[in-house]
Design a binder for this molecule. Structure first.
Ligand code: ATP
Length: 495
């Protein structure tokens, strides 16, 4: 398939177009032809993303009494990344196709092949291939990985050839110099994950929050990775946002905590995304420090892919920081009856999800095209964003039916009723039908129309986005209904 036809067949195309057209996501520096794998969020995008972040924050820190939040700096002492293993081994095995000059992650090419076998019903062949790949990755046998790609007849999707280079490792961290002298001793990194900011603050938080193990620390923040294969819109970006939580537990209880968080995180996602589009995928290959790991995959328009990772990381990170920083990172457990076991380095269970990836999952799931019948009885295509009301960028849109007879003034009064509590827009231009359509396209769940009857009896028309049904209610009734439907409680109550 040529590059052009491939782009035409990109299943994300309608989402990318919608995101741009309606102020959700723009390519970065677009007037300079963009910057690869970097994106900007527009007026509706930032509202949706902020809502997702606030929801996650509430689900972690507000809902769980024993989880608190922090906001660590992006720059950290360079030794942090030595201790975490990122300087030495935050690499991806890459392979180039000599004809198309395109670079791929070797493991992704093999995984795609396994998915093809699976799709064709050959589950055994798929599983065998993944096991073989896991063994080669484990042994860092790159020549073996290359041979596997060739033996499996994997070709470059662009050139269609198997003219592959050798497999090489690329470090994914961005670096820069701090201070005025540009030499290696001043090298600092842009954090490739937010987790390390939590580990190095473990004792600060534990002591000042008076939390006792088990407890968690949550953080939302930017992370940077020099992704070599940066494709698929905001699925894989070079600058992105993570929402991570590290849960510190007594050694030996980590698998129990792992099961707990696995369940909790799945329930969270199921509250805003359809259950049939979510599944667990146990890791074939465990990182050397992990004793259990699972991804929650979402069915994106291009197939099931990782949305969130839940990892039981043992005491790897804290112990490593103890060694590198020559500082004790131990917890004193008053409850432990055995005196000799009271001081220990806690084990950690991590939950980690990309805010942008969640945004993509939510947006692609929400984009709905349905056939409707218009006022003239003609069948018409209707496009709307079926977002959960609690995360929609705008919750209510208020329109006066006409711009005269005191309707705008009355509508403004209603607007004032709502704007303190909810993200509300007021619009007095254009026909009501067009205004409804415009709000549908950005996912506004409720519209209120103020007409002449409103002046008489105070009632308004409440229009529902998904069903397009309308009902006549008092302003107070409408407000109560909308507040209930848009509250985070509707989601948190399901956790
Ligand atoms: P992948 O295998 O897709 O590269 P990963 O296993 O490297 O992801 P983690 O290091 O576990 O990802 O990061 C946790 C989460 O951060 C991921 O589940 C994903 O949601 C998000 N994430 C990771 N890399 C990116 C990226 N380049 N762009 C957007 N989100 C990302």
């Amino acid at each position: 398939m040529s590059k052009k036809t491939q782009e035409e067949h990109n299943p994300l195309k309608p989402i990318i177009a919608h995101a741009k057209e309606y102020g959700f996501v723009f390519p970065s520096s677009e007037i300079y032809e963009g910057l690869q794998a970097v994106y900007d969020y527009g007026q509706n995008g930032v509202a949706l993303k902020n809502n997702l972040k606030q929801l996650w924050w509430a689900a972690m820190t507000q809902w769980h009494e024993n989880v608190v939040g922090i906001d660590a700096a992006i720059f950290m002492h360079p030794t942090v990344w030595k201790a975490s293993g990122h300087v030495d081994s935050f690499n991806d095995p890459m392979i180039d196709n000599r004809d198309s000059k395109k670079r791929y992650r070797a493991d992704n090419l093999i995984e795609d092949k396994a998915a093809q076998y699976e799709k064709a019903g050959d589950t055994q062949k798929s599983a065998a291939l993944l096991t073989q790949m896991a063994a080669l990755l484990e042994a860092e046998n790159f020549e073996g990985l290359r041979q596997l790609i060739i033996d499996e007849g994997i070709v470059c999707p662009i050139s269609g050839t198997a003219n592959w280079t050798e497999v090489r490792q690329f470090n994914l961290m961005f670096s820069t110099e701090m201070g005025s002298v540009a030499d290696d001793s001043n090298r600092v990194y842009l954090r490739p994950e937010t987790a390390q900011g939590i580990f190095v603050n473990f004792l600060n938080v534990q002591k000042t929050s008076r939390q006792q193990v088990p407890f968690g620390i949550a953080q939302i923040g930017k992370a940077f990775r020099n992704e070599i294969v940066a494709r698929q819109f905001i699925f894989r970006m070079r600058e992105f946002e993570q929402m991570e939580m590290q849960y510190f537990v007594k050694p030996g209880t980590e698998l129990e905590a792992y099961e707990y968080w696995k369940e909790k995180r799945m329930r969270f996602l199921q509250a805003i995304l359809p259950a049939e589009k979510l599944r667990f995928k146990i890791h074939e290959k465990l990182a050397h420090y992990a004793n259990a790991a699972v991804d929650i995959e979402f069915e994106f328009p291009f197939g099931f892919k990782e949305l969130e990772g839940i990892h039981s990381r043992t005491d790897f990170d804290l112990s490593s920081h103890q060694t590198f920083a020559r500082t004790k990172l131990q917890y004193f457990d008053e409850q432990e009856p055995d005196k000799d076991k009271r001081h220990y380095v806690p084990y950690v269970v991590e939950t980690s999800i990309g805010a942008d990836r969640l945004f993509l999952a939510v947006l692609s799931n929400a984009l709905t095209i349905s056939q409707g019948v218009d006022a003239k009885g003609e069948t018409k295509e209707r496009i709307f964003l079926k977002l959960h009301p609690a995360i929609a960028p705008t919750k209510v849109a208020i329109f006066p039916l006409t711009r005269k007879d005191g309707l705008p003034e009355k509508a403004r009064e209603v607007f004032d009723e709502f704007r303190y509590d909810l993200s509300t827009v007021y619009e007095d231009r254009g026909a009501i039908g067009k205004n409804y359509t415009r709000q549908d396209l950005v996912g506004t769940p409720f519209c209120l129309t103020i007409d002449h009857q409103t002046l008489e009896d105070g009632t308004i028309t409440l229009r529902h986005r998904d069903s397009t049904e309308q009902e006549r209610l008092s302003v107070a009734e409408a407000k109560a209904k909308i507040l209930a439907a848009t509250s985070f409680k509707t989601i948190l109550a399901q956790l």
